[in-house]
Ligand binder design. Structure first.
Ligand code: HEM
Length: 361
């Protein structure tokens, strides 16, 4: 994740050329700061905010981070030996400090806010009532780790999804105009009901927005590999993959399923490189082959943040596109190539787009 540096954006009366992922990073940092830490981080206003620069540390690739990530994900048994860490020491300290401060303030002021911190405090109170001193909520690191997991899982995923969506919409002005019409119509109907902001139900009823987001995650499944361990239910030591493949998986063997490959398989998705939200119209959805669409995984280990992730992406697109238009410019890459150094799906090159105000379009 890069911050918006001077030189990364240029502007004139006709609009601004920006690295769109940088803007999406800042927006999603603000969202997770609010949802997970109960803070207003104002990263969009102050691109060098403390929380923003700490969040950047996690995904800023350097050789040490690449090795740490590789060991954590692919060779977990070596973690104690190599002392691989997801967070740097200074980042961990920052997380502990912030969570402690927020919790103290909440407990002192009796502030109520419907967020992760409040849920953790409720759990802690329940443990206190039961006089359970060994309860996990008494461990400060446990509390910080919950917020940290939101930070790891909720910023980069949503930010990349949003920037891929905006890139595709810049390429397809008619789709963008259709989505903007739906967004403005939703605001009109909400204000007829006497409210300025959109309700959850109103957002959920925005059909074309849903189709655009779902097609974005079809073409760009941000978590491109699903990981499982082979655990045959019988006592057998092997699981046969016949008749689908002439091979066996050994008990305990790690299995990697490429949802990226599945999402680009023309057997399930004709003309897979074409961005086409119509694939997700109510009618077309009913013809989809089960398990051919896995952006959030499947089964008991699927993504627990699916709902909040979708809401974050949708809200970002709504408020951005309501009054801004994205267009291609000379610096826009013609084709996205994925960064091979990155565990998640990320564009190898910055995606530059032109942003034009369009209050009256
Ligand atoms: C566009 C947004 C997101 C995408 C595409 C995404 C995708 C995924 C995928 C593919 C998995 C693995 C599922 C599997 O193996 O079956 C996963 C796991 C997970 N995600 Fe997400 N995610 C997103 C947003 C979020 C958010 C916002 C949070 C939390 C705030 C979150 C929390 C988690 C957690 C905790 C897991 C591990 C679940 C487990 O192992 O039981 N994700 N996500």
């Amino acid at each position: 994740m890069r911050s918006l540096r001077r030189g990364d954006s240029t502007s004139d009366r006709n609009g601004a050329i920006v690295s769109i992922k940088d803007i999406c990073d800042l927006y999603n940092t603000d969202m997770i700061a609010s949802i997970a830490f109960g803070l207003r981080s104002y990263s969009l206003r102050n691109t060098q905010s403390e929380i923003g620069s700490h969040c950047q540390d996690i995904f800023r690739p350097n050789m040490r981070r690449i090795i740490d990530f590789f060991v954590i994900f692919y060779l977990p048994k070596l973690v104690p030996l190599l002392r691989s860490k997801l967070f740097t020491e200074s980042h961990s300290e920052f997380l502990r400090r912030v969570i402690q401060l927020v919790i103290e303030e909440r407990e002192r002021g009796g502030i109520l806010r419907n967020d992760l911190i409040e849920m953790l405090l409720t759990l802690k109170k329940e443990a206190d009532l039961q006089q359970d001193k060994s309860h996990f909520t008494h461990h400060q690191d446990f509390l910080a780790a919950q917020a940290a997991s939101f930070e790891v899982a909720g910023i980069e995923t949503c930010s990349s999804s949003m920037s891929f969506a905006l890139y595709e919409l810049a390429k397809q002005p008619l789709m963008q105009a259709r989505l903007r019409r739906e967004i403005r119509e939703a605001f009109r109907r909400q204000s007829d009901d006497g409210s300025e902001s959109l309700s959850y139900e109103r957002i959920a009823s925005m059909e074309y927005l849903r189709m655009v987001v779902e097609e974005t995650l079809r073409k760009y499944p941000i978590v491109p590999l699903l990981e499982r361990e082979c655990t045959p239910t019988s006592k057998k030591r092997f699981y046969s993959l016949r008749p689908h493949a002439e091979c066996y998986a050994r008990r305990g063997m790690p299995i990697y399923i490429s949802n990226l490959a599945i999402h680009h398989d023309p057997k399930y998705w004709p003309d897979p490189e074409r961005f086409d939200p119509e694939r997700f119209s109510a009618l077309n959805k009913s013809h989809q082959v089960p398990m051919s669409y896995l952006p959030y995984g499947a089964g008991p280990h699927n993504c627990i943040g699916m709902q909040i992730g979708q809401l974050q992406i949708k809200l970002g697109l709504i408020y951005f596109l309501r009054q801004h238009q994205v267009e291609l410019c000379d610096q826009t890459v013609e084709q996205i190539s994925f960064d091979p150094k990155f565990a998640l799906l990320a564009s190898e090159h910055s995606i530059y787009l032109k942003i034009v105000d369009c209050y009256d379009l």
